[in-house]
Design a protein around this ligand. Structure first.
Ligand SMILES: NC(=O)c1ccc[n+]([C@@H]2O[C@H](COP(=O)([O-])OP(=O)(O)OC[C@H]3O[C@@H](n4cnc5c(N)ncnc54)[C@H](O)[C@@H]3O)[C@@H](O)[C@H]2O)c1
Length: 342
């Protein structure tokens, strides 16, 4: 049985990805700090082909890679805002952690290495229809960290090391570690709960979108595809028909949840705008999205209607959750006497 190490396995993408890999016959080692809780793994933990490793990518251990046919790296501070909380933390996790993980996998002889980069690397896109060879103009530390690891992977690639880089579009849809900090997910929640949609920064900014289950398919293809197709390659991960301006998203949500007020907030410190070409991933991997934005909104609304997901779970807001963890850490530290809290 083939073995894969998935880092960031307890996250929004990680949990459905582990489930899919197990279904496809992979033996999965799921490494994560599990900052969002191991409870979200559900029945995965009971699968005999699933091994949970609670560890930090900053303290890499060569034993993690023993016998692995591939690594999928999803670990780290996973959006632009979380990566701004503490630049030192971002440097140690996203820059150094990501780079050292790749280096150690290479050293250990792992062949295939799939990296979850981000379309954010294009930053303020100079034009529409950006292709993989176009200039990247990262606007944030998060985007810079993704480019940094990409560069490390290019430097390591060779006959025995096959990195595959996916610059993922912004993800939407339901998953056990729900993320209500992502554009479509939060717009749907606000419309459903508060009957309001906020459009920040004018709404003309472009973003490509992809459903979480489609990202899972992309990652699996990166792991399983023939080296002649993917080794050493960078792919924009998304679908040609799914670049939207933020104001268009509001209309999609209104189609599913009507009678909602739309508030335009002209200012937004986030200056990112990018519209991508997905011709390469379609040509080389035959990839097309299976789930459209409308279906993703319906799926979230139905889950909210049925009480299967809640906007009240604090782990659904990445930035705020990391801030809380940092805050608790500080509080607990000041309360300890002789190393004990209570
Ligand atoms: N969600 C999106 O829209 C999107 C878009 C483009 C790229 N990406 C990238 O895809 C990957 C997965 O994203 P996600 O949405 O599942 O994010 P997520 O935050 O849900 O998952 C990231 C996981 O990494 C873990 N982690 C963080 N620091 C760690 C450390 N030091 N050691 C070990 N584990 C650590 C967290 O506990 C978490 O489970 C990330 O690299 C993200 O940057 C996501």
């Amino acid at each position: 049985m083939k073995k894969v190490l998935v880092t960031g396995a307890g996250g929004y993408v990680g949990i459905p990805l582990c489930r899919e890999l197990l279904a496809r016959g992979w033996h999965v080692t799921a490494l994560d700090r599990y900052f969002f809780g191991t409870d979200k793994l559900g029945d995965l933990s009971a699968n005999p082909n699933f091994k949970l490793v609670m560890a930090d990518i900053r303290r890499v251990d060569a034993a993690w890679f023993k016998g692995m046919d591939g690594v999928i790296d999803l670990a780290g501070l996973s959006n632009d805002l979380s990566a701004e909380i503490d630049p030192e933390l971002t440097r140690s996790v996203n820059f150094e952690g990501g780079a050292v993980l790749a280096k150690e996998a290479h050293r250990a002889g792992v062949r295939r290495y799939v990296y979850a980069s981000s379309a954010s690397v294009y930053g303020h896109g100079a034009k529409t229809n950006l292709v993989e060879t176009d200039e990247c103009r990262p606007q944030t530390l998060y985007a810079q960290s993704k480019l940094h690891v990409e560069q490390q992977l290019h430097a390591l690639k060779g006959k025995n090391f096959e990195p595959v880089i996916f610059r993922n579009a912004t993800i939407f849809g339901l998953a056990p570690r729900m993320r209500f900090d992502l554009a479509i997910n939060i717009m749907t929640l606000r419309a459903w709960k508060d009957r309001v949609i906020y459009i920040m920064g004018g709404g003309a900014q472009w973003r490509p979108f992809i459903h979480v289950n489609d990202v899972v398919r992309v990652m699996v293809q990166g792991l399983e595809a023939d080296a002649s197709i993917v080794a050493g390659e960078v792919f924009n991960a998304g679908d040609e028909g799914m670049n939207y301006q933020i104001s268009q998203l509001a209309q999609f949500v209104l189609d599913v949840i009507p009678n909602v007020k739309v508030h335009n907030i002209p200012d937004d410190p986030d200056k990112r705008t990018y519209n991508l070409s997905f011709a390469k991933i379609k040509d080389r991997l035959g990839f097309e999205a299976k789930t459209r934005v409308h279906e993703g909104i319906v799926e979230i609304k139905q889950a909210l209607d049925r009480g299967l997901v809640s906007g009240d779970d604090p782990t659904g807001y990445t930035l705020q959750w990391y801030r809380s963890l940092i805050d608790w850490d500080k509080r607990i530290e000041t309360l300890r006497i002789d190393g004990k809290l209570l």
